[in-house]
Design a protein. Sequence first.
Lengths: 119, 107
Amino acid sequence: QVQLQESGPRLVKPSQTLSLTCTVSGASITSGAYYWSWIRQHPGKGLEWIGYIYYSGSTHYNPSLKSRLTISVDTSKNQFSLKLSSVTAADTAVYYCARDRSSWWFDPWGQGTLVTVSS
Amino acid sequence: EIVLTQSPGTLSLSPGERATLSCRASQSVSSSYLAWYQQKSGQAPRLLLYDASSRATGIPDRFSGSGSGTDFTLTISRLDPEDFAVYYCQQYGSSPRTFGQGTRVEI
């Protein structure tokens, strides 16, 4: 059974960089059939796809975040990571990692982690 | 990007009743590339359906989906108490992938 778990600081100061890691268990991140995505949900709001990475390192980002975003992968640790720079209060959200079926749907998802941007 | 509009915003029903949720796209979703998710309070979304009508593994057959082009529907034939949640549609026909704003199904 594939499981994903997000980890990282829950509080980030404005203008700093938000960093999260997703650890995958129960499956290899090098499985060719899947990408690995980040998705966020602003408090009480809907969902926004952030971007994905393939195990080879190739990425695809949401244009709305592309200038501030870096997603990387560490196949030796079966992990992938998110870095979002120059954050503001508008980046406060629950951040989810998810297995991404060929840039189609997301299944399963991690439990999510609330990251608050505040001084 | 494709904007998905879900209606109604909230659906108030009783266990055993039928729920019909709508998802309308601002432009045609190619090849019916649409998924539905269920999110319970404090939990991550769970995939219910993909390709508009195919059930994900382990999803009960009371959940069904239909539609094409710009209009899609999620139907829950008989609501179980565990089905009261928020439901989101998501399109993957064009990039960036986008989600609807959700429909809350409440008792």
